[in-house]
Ligand binder design. Structure first.
Ligand code: LLP
Length: 414
């Protein structure tokens, strides 16, 4: 079920036409659906049933304050990877007691702010980080709640850039080291080991690697118990994929039910850190055709959005469906849908069959996750506006960046 449907020949976001959004807010802009985010969150939440759980939205997927605030209101927790994301969560009214902090390179300042905010748990990714965390907590007179992020060495079968649970990846602590480092954690006076964590990758379209990782975590947990460690939560990370093209990932419900069945009645609170599955299908990038260029080799549709706005096609060769905002009659041609940035990698779609005229609007679908959050100002292009549709109303949740903001921190030499 998508929040973006045609009515007659016009593409709508919930009950607002995308043509109206373009007229009001300009292009390019990201358009999100409140209903879609809400229903994805509720699908996760309901699927857990009575199983004690905490859903920690991976803020990196889309960190707009309105989205964080919406999710906080639904009861969501958060998975952060920087001090900046912590500030966003707090600013948006997120609960620090539902916040976990992941990442291999937490700085001292970031650790301090997270301790000061009393977050729920640090997902620690190395022995050295554990020692630093203990020192800082000691100086602040605090006890740091800790999970070790274990690298379960499971193949997630996804794009190599977003696969994180193989032993050659930089993430997590090798499973073979887990018992030793937990024993150390137990001894450190300002560390309280309380959880176990893993995250094997992103855009997974099969359930098996999740289950394999969960089983490995449960085996490890059993071994840690004999060591006298009281672990009360298991964080299985994020990674559930969405359908961009022909993939058929498990549904949210199938995924959650499989995880909670694997954990069974082991008395554990289950944490997950979904990003893409919560917001990916809830957003699109609205763009306008500037020029059509027909060369002997190819047809180009040059649009006003570019790789700086949506990096995924350029970076991972990711596929995003491209739909016309108004279906028009006529014969289609095969287009390279490209942006104005001076790089050959600046494409949003290749070989797309579209019937186009100058100034037509296009919707680049499934762009709610890792779209705006990975955008840049390359080519001194201001970041685009973000709009959240709620029923019949469209709200501007981030204004288009004024150009002056882009050089506001720069100084000429004296
Ligand atoms: N937890 C941790 C520790 C993570 O590193 C990530 C994502 C998540 C949770 C959320 O994963 P998700 O549920 O969204 O798959 N830029 C890439 C995706 C990078 C994901 C990085 N880590 C893309 O555009 O496909």
């Amino acid at each position: 079920r998508t929040p973006f449907c045609y009515r007659q020949d016009q593409l709508f976001a919930e009950s607002v036409s995308l043509a109206d959004i373009a007229a009001e807010f300009g292009t390019p802009c990201y358009v999100y659906s409140r209903a879609a985010i809400t229903s994805a969150y509720q699908a996760f939440d309901h699927a857990f049933g009575n199983h004690d759980h905490l859903i920690c939205y991976a803020v990196k997927a889309n960190s707009n304050l309105a989205i964080l605030n919406l999710l906080a209101g639904l009861g969501s927790g958060f998975d952060i990877v920087s001090g900046g994301e912590l500030e966003r969560v707090l600013k948006a009214g997120g609960d620090p007691q539902k916040t976990v902090f992941s990442g291999v390179g937490k700085t001292c300042e970031e650790i301090q702010s997270a301790l000061a905010a009393n977050i729920f748990c640090f997902n620690v990714e190395s022995e050295m980080e554990l020692i630093v965390l203990n020192e800082i907590a000691g100086r602040m007179g605090k006890i740091a709640p800790v999970s070790l992020r274990i690298n379960p060495d499971v193949d997630a079968n996804t794009h190599p850039y977003i696969s994180t649970g193989l032993k050659e990846n930089k993430f997590g602590i090798p499973a073979t080291e887990a018992e030793r480092i937990y024993a150390l954690a137990k001894q450190l006076p300002h560390i309280q080991p309380k959880g176990l964590d893993c995250h094997i990758g992103s855009q997974l379209t099969e359930i098996a690697p999740f289950i394999e990782a969960a089983r490995k975590m449960l085996d490890l947990l059993a071994r840690l118990k004999t060591q006298g460690l009281a672990i009360d939560h298991l964080d299985l990370g994020g990674g559930l994929g969405i359908r961009y093209q022909q993939e058929s990932p498990p549904t949210i419900t199938e995924y959650v039910k499989a995880l909670s069945a694997t954990v069974g009645d082991t008395p554990l609170r289950l944490l997950i850190e979904p990003g893409r599955a919560l917001v990916g299908q809830a957003g699109l990038l609205l763009t306008q055709v500037q020029y059509l260029k027909h060369t002997p080799a190819r047809n180009f549709a040059i649009v006003d959005a570019a790789m700086n706005d949506l990096l995924r096609p350029a970076l991972y060769h990711a596929y995003h469906e491209i739909l016309p905002v108004a279906n028009r009659p006529g014969t289609s041609a095969s287009y390279q849908v490209v942006g104005p940035v001076c790089e050959t990698g600046d494409f949003l779609g290749q070989d797309r069959h579209l019937t186009l005229e100058q100034n037509d609007l296009l919707a680049i679908m499934s762009a709610g996750a890792y779209g705006m959050s990975m955008s840049s100002n390359y080519n001194t292009r201001p970041r685009v506006a973000e709009v959240m549709v709620d029923g019949h109303t469209a709200h501007l949740i981030r204004a288009r960046e004024p150009i002056e903001y882009l050089y506001a921190l720069e100084n000429l030499l004296p």
